[in-house]
Design a protein around this ligand. Structure first.
Ligand code: NAD
Ligand code: TDX
Length: 343
């Protein structure tokens, strides 16, 4: 995008989470001249261990705080050139158990950021969103989500993200805030909290525990390796057009949850049968598929990592970083007990 000084002051929200911490690593490696401020409330999903290697770097600063705290956000926003907004409650299952937090952070928190960005004349606000805002596609169809697909969210999570997308566009259309939005598919990779399907599956299988499969397991997701996502955000920030939305997806074609578990089990040399069917997620979307041709044609971005390569790298990382996820699983035992009725 235009009008950026050579040394940028960048506010990353939610940078202690999964994608945010991968993004900060990416940015510091590629643009060491920039100053990054990471504003993160350190909810259960925020983890400073993810950034331990850069915590003392002089181009990086961590601020513990809530994006809903208007006074704090106003103070931090002064002098910021670029906002990259990841902070959110991100887990669909938790949104079914406790929707209030999702509305608070994802909708109201985004609004606090937008107001402050406008007031301080930030040059560019990039909002990270999800393909889940589009709802569900039919199984066995070839239809994909595109930038023109109508919003039709089904979970409190996706409804709150849809709402935040609308607010970002409203601030662009009404007040002229220079924004871009990306709606991406399911990310996987290092540093993902072990509640999401891939990270839960790998960590369970390391312990020879079965992977819980919701419903019939035929649900389909589009899988995006997290470094491919970080490159896409980078492209949008540098080449994207103000007021545009870009869909970002991976290299998979209609892999069901059951098939994905079989691939993971094979890569880990575990029996393919090491899963168990459990009760379905209420409102469980059947199929997501992302047409990423706009970002490919306009910004020359494509995903590079195949599902096998990405899963291999992810499995290696979870094998080598068992302290990282064991601590999180044990600290969050109450959630896992409630969600999976483990005793
Ligand atoms: P995550 O849950 O791993 O991390 C979220 C981060 O936000 C955490 O560090 C948390 O502490 C922080 N946070 C939460 N509430 C906050 C608040 N009120 N104030 C400040 N910080 C707060 O999430 P993720 O998977 O890294 O997702 C990042 C973004 O990408 C989210 O906006 C999510 O909706 C979106 N997204 C994620 C995926 C995916 O597959 N993970 C896919 C599409 C879109
Ligand atoms: O134990 C499980 N068993 C199971 O069958 C879990 C945790 C999930 N699933 C299924 C549900 C989905 O069909 O696996 C699929 C993927 O589930 P999640 O990892 O929870 O991802 P999803 O619900 O698709 O949402 C994710 O991708 C889009 C992220 O959590 C969101 O933040 C993102 O917007």
């Amino acid at each position: 995008m235009n009008d950026q000084p050579s040394t940028r002051k960048i506010l990353v929200t939610g940078g202690a989470g999964f994608i945010g911490s991968n993004f900060i690593h990416h940015w510091i490696q590629h643009y060491p001249q920039d100053q990054i401020i990471n504003l993160d409330a350190l909810t259960y999903a925020g983890n400073l261990d993810n950034l331990a290697d850069i915590e003392a770097a002089n181009n990086y600063q961590f601020v513990k705080g809530d994006i809903c705290d208007a006074q704090l956000v106003d103070k931090i926003m002064a002098g910021i050139n670029l906002v990259v907004h990841f902070a959110a409650e991100s887990h669909v299952d938790r949104s079914i158990l406790e929707p209030d937090k999702f509305l608070q952070t994802n909708i109201l928190g985004t609004h606090v950021l937008l107001k402050a960005a406008l007031k301080h004349r930030v040059n560019h606000f990039h909002h990270i969103s999800t393909d889940e805002v589009f709802g569900s596609l039919e199984l066995d169809s070839t239809t994909k989500f595109s930038e023109d697909t109508k919003y039709n969210p089904h979970s409190p999570y996706s409804a709150s993200k849809a709402s935040s997308d609308h607010l970002v566009r409203a601030y662009g259309d009404t007040y002229g805030l220079p924004y871009t939005i990306s709606n991406c598919s399911n990310n996987y990779g290092p540093y993902q909290f072990p509640e999401k399907f891939v990270s839960l599956a790998i960590s369970n299988l390391i312990d020879n525990k079965p992977v819980p499969i919701y419903g019939h397991g035929k649900n389909v997701r589009d899988w995006l390796f997290v470094t491919d996502h970080c490159h896409a955000i980078d492209q949008i920030i540098h080449q994207g057009k103000v007021g545009q939305t870009y869909l970002v997806g991976g290299l998979t074609t209609d892999i069901s949850n059951l098939e994905l578990i079989q691939i993971i089990a094979n890569l880990m040399h575990k029996p393919e049968t090491m899963f168990e069917f459990v009760s379905n997620r209420p409102g469980h979307d059947l199929r997501y598929a992302v047409d990423w041709s706009k970002i490919h044609q306009e910004l020359d971005w494509s995903p590079l990592v195949t599902i096998e390569e990405g899963l291999e790298a992810t499995i290696d990382w979870y094998q080598a970083n068992q302290d990282w996820w064991r601590k999180l699983k044990s600290q969050n035992r109450a959630y896992f007990n409630k969600q999976y009725q483990e005793r």
